[in-house]
Design a protein around this ligand. Structure first.
Ligand SMILES: [Zn+2]
Length: 459
């Protein structure tokens, strides 16, 4: 599963990390095995559910579902569990078979006949390896990412659109895997004992590069952006006031509406970029499902990620975890090559034929690292919830009620599991469970208790 490995190697690099999100979904399905699920189905889910907005004035004290909603959410959670495990086991099985049946050796021999230069060999091996992996995964991706998402009303995509996204993602994965493969084997050959450190160093600029180009190059491949002021001038004024409280200056021309509804029912918004490239993006699904007050709370949460530097902080912490993964990976890789290398046709660690073994080891280690990476994410998501309440105070009449209502609506639309097990939250959840978030959003109001705000200090 090269794609999973790319997501691992580049750690915080995927879209979700580059733009911390509000959404509650994504916690369910996949994190690592789901790295490919996320890449391949990019934001699939959607649609008839957008009419769920309950009585806009009632603020829920708990995540409240009708019996039908609960049954659907639980059924979806079971499917998510099965898909997650199937995805992981499939990744392990594919790479184990590719390694033991010497598929990597066959690719390496083919590449050697073409050229003796490593970069050319990577241009031969990477596309064939990625294509083989993706084709084996296709039935599961199609069923979980297209059929089931549509059946549960999470996806609005047509098959043609889904297939188009699948093709674009495959192309991006091939480009990324050529670069990673080339850098990885060049470093392993030059420094067989310390590659784990040098490769880790090399992934930092690669990850930063992807993080910076992602909103500019990748997102426009999948969605359209128009100025929000064209359709919602009053909301843009309120956003400007709120961003002013946060100390951010973003001109209205850089506040965009994204046509997420063409593919998904998920709700989201984000703040990204630096300096003149700073921008605010609101998904059209958010505007349809939430009132302006609730939308401001979602945007306040995203502003929190931005202002509190969650992206660079989380990136730094994730990189620490990644360094540990690479070091352990190095130890395991070396031991496996010594023990089984000759028997499986591998000449050395620097042999391109070892690719399935490398991916196998990284897949297992990334699975084991999930609790650390997700725990870091949940910490920052909680902090962003607090920030959202603080920054919306004074702009939205009752920020607590608006936040709790937004959370409730998001939870219903995203089919959030009402009471996930503690183990599942610990291992897989990138956000705190909806029930916990609603409780906090009701309880946190320092302004009514005469206490100072922690993050937002107005002039
Ligand atoms: Zn968030």
């Amino acid at each position: 599963m090269v794609i999973a490995a790319i997501a691992i190697c580049s750690s915080g690099v995927d879209a979700a990390a580059a733009q911390r999100s509000y959404r509650v979904r994504g916690a369910e399905g996949c994190q690592l095995g789901s790295a490919d699920c996320r890449l391949l189905t990019v934001y699939l889910p959607q649609s008839s559910a957008l009419t769920t907005s309950p009585n806009a004035e009632v603020a829920p004290q708990h995540f409240t579902l009708t019996p039908e909603q609960r049954a659907r959410a639980e059924a979806w959670a079971r499917i998510g569990d099965v898909t997650y495990v199937a995805d992981l086991l499939l990744a392990i099985a594919i790479n184990l078979i590719f390694w033991l049946r010497r598929f990597g050796v066959a690719l390496r021999n083919l590449a050697r006949r073409v050229s003796c230069r490593l970069i050319v060999q990577c241009l031969v091996v990477a596309p064939l390896f990625v294509a083989a992996t993706v084709l084996v995964n296709l039935p599961l991706d199609y069923y979980a990412g297209y059929v089931l998402e549509r059946r549960f009303g999470l996806s609005t995509q047509t098959l043609a659109s889904w297939t188009g996204d699948w093709g674009k993602t495959l192309a991006l994965s091939i480009v990324a895997s050529v670069v990673l493969l080339w850098v990885f084997y060049a470093v392993v050959r030059r420094s067989p004992r310390h590659w784990w450190f040098y490769f880790w160093l090399a992934t930092i600029p690669l990850a930063l590069f992807v993080m910076f180009i992602e909103p500019w190059v990748v997102e426009p491949l999948f969605y359209r952006f128009t100025p929000l002021a064209d359709t919602q001038p009053a909301l843009v004024d309120r956003i400007e006031t709120m961003l002013g409280h946060a100390g951010l200056n973003v001109p209205p021309s850089r506040i965009f509406l994204m046509n997420a509804s063409s593919k998904t029912t998920e709700l989201n918004a984000y703040v990204s970029g630096v300096g003149a490239s700073k921008r605010v993006v609101v998904w059209d699904t958010t505007l349809r499902a939430l009132t302006p007050d609730e939308t401001l709370l979602v945007l306040g949460h995203e502003t929190g990620h931005y202002v509190l530097y969650h992206i660079p902080k989380e990136f730094a912490l994730d990189e620490c975890v990644l360094l540990a993964i690479f070091y352990l990976g190095y130890r395991m890789f070396r031991a496996m090559i010594r023990r089984f290398g000759a028997r499986t046709g591998l000449e050395s660690e620097g042999d391109l034929a070892s690719l399935p073994l490398v991916i196998l080891i990284l897949t297992v280690l990334a699975f084991l690292a999930s609790p650390a990476l997700n725990g870091i994410s949940r910490h920052y998501e909680h902090q962003a919830d607090q920030y959202g309440l603080e920054v919306a105070y004074g702009v939205v009449p009752d920020p607590n009620a608006a936040a709790a209502r937004a959370e409730q609506i998001l939870g219903v639309i995203d089919l959030a599991q009402p009471d996930p097990s503690a183990l599942k939250v610990f291992w897989l959840y990138t956000h705190p469970p909806v029930e916990d978030r609603i409780r906090f959003e009701n309880d946190y109001h320092p302004w009514s208790e005469g206490r100072p705000l922690e993050f937002v200090h107005r002039k």
